[in-house]
Write a protein that binds this ligand. Sequence first.
Ligand SMILES: NC(=O)c1ccc[n+]([C@@H]2O[C@H](COP(=O)([O-])OP(=O)(O)OC[C@H]3O[C@@H](n4cnc5c(N)ncnc54)[C@H](OP(=O)(O)O)[C@@H]3O)[C@@H](O)[C@H]2O)c1
Length: 260
Amino acid sequence: MFIKLASSNMTTLIVGASGATGSLVVNQLLDKGVNVRVIVRSPDKIPDTWKNSDMVHIIYASISEIGADDMAKYVEDCDAVVSCLGHNLSFKGIYGKPRRLVTNVVRNLCEAIKKRKAISKPVKFVLMNTTGNRNKNLQEPISPAHKMAIALIRLLLPPHVDNEKAAEYLRVELGQNDRSIAWVAVRPDSLINASVVSAYEVHPSPTRNPIFDAGTTSRINVANFMAELLTRNELWEKWKGQMPVIYNKPDIDRNSALRK
Ligand SMILES: NC(=O)c1ccc[n+]([C@@H]2O[C@H](COP(=O)([O-])OP(=O)(O)OC[C@H]3O[C@@H](n4cnc5c(N)ncnc54)[C@H](OP(=O)(O)O)[C@@H]3O)[C@@H](O)[C@H]2O)c1
């Protein structure tokens, strides 16, 4: 039986909430009784359930065009911020402006949080990142072929560089001991859609090659992990300041059926 939790006092701001993963994060948090604030460009992609919910505060604005003063208002009283932003997969989205969409928004959000007067404990910041990005705090191995492929991707696909720089801002500029913000950069492998949460595994670093042997990660599993991170303290403590990699667990039943 599904039991919806009573509304908590927590408020989480989600950017990229109209996206395929961001919208699932909103739903997962609502199911856990967390109030959400979303910044979206258009009402068209917003379900009526959000519009009719008193747990959802919708702000219509283009996140990359929000000035410091408004951003400060939007992060005020938020316990957590999630970014599921990503460049739209169109020519304009990939090669047009803003080329540093994610990095600039992450930086602007964090600077707004840092300006807050009263922060009793660090605000939690969760960034949707990618296995294509390495955590340079760890000695993540990289083969010469992988290195060459990444160099090519950086050259041809500007959004990849944006993802790298966004995580770099958290890892290097905020680091591990920021007084205002604690962060986790979640790294899914190849994203797929699924209607329900399934078994998944989380590792500190990739266990397979993201280019030559990529695994899969359901967007709803990413959303579930993010919501769990924000609502389960021991999970947050385990992963804060890290870049966990999330994969779907192999479908054991289906695999064994295929072997028969
Ligand atoms: N594809 C993969 O296999 C893979 C694997 C690992 C990680 N990732 C990363 O995960 C990210 C999220 O994935 P997804 O599939 O959930 O993305 P998505 O559905 O494309 O969502 C992207 C979100 O970003 C917003 N956005 C895009 N351009 C914007 C702009 N110029 N200004 C304001 N908002 C903008 C979109 O808003 P609108 O709805 O208004 O356009 C949407 O809310 C990807 O972009 C990628 O960086 C992808």
